[in-house]
Design a protein around this ligand. Structure first.
Ligand code: FES
Length: 105
């Protein structure tokens, strides 16, 4: 039997391990890594961020946040029409590092 020495390509650096996982920065709250919750709203709730919501189905618009940086994709269809850089947190999930802001209203 022949033994072959291999080298590991696994990094012990936390940042490198986490590099493929979207990072979510919620202005005025915290920055955390997406844990593959169903939606951005669920991800914020898992971090105890008081994100507003009502229907959780894309109807009311209560979960509107500003997408300042990054990309999201829809997880469910929305009937509420967003304006400009707004996205619905209950209807989207991050697909890259994102920076968002919860409106003051
Ligand atoms: S909570 Fe109603 S649209 Fe998201």
């Amino acid at each position: 039997m022949k033994w072959v020495k291999t080298t590991s390509t696994v990094s012990t650096s936390k940042e490198r391990v986490m590099s493929g996982i979207p990072r979510i920065k919620v202005n005025n709250y915290s920055t955390f890594y997406y844990q593959y919750e169903y939606s951005l709203l669920d991800a914020m709730e898992a971090q105890d961020i008081p994100a507003p919501y009502n229907c959780r189905g894309g109807y009311c618009g209560c979960c509107r946040v500003r997408l300042i940086d990054g990309d999201v994709e829809e997880v469910q269809d929305a009937l509420y029409d967003t304006v400009g850089d707004e996205i619905l947190a209950c209807c989207t999930k991050p697909v890259s590092h994102v920076e968002i802001e919860i409106p003051d209203e």
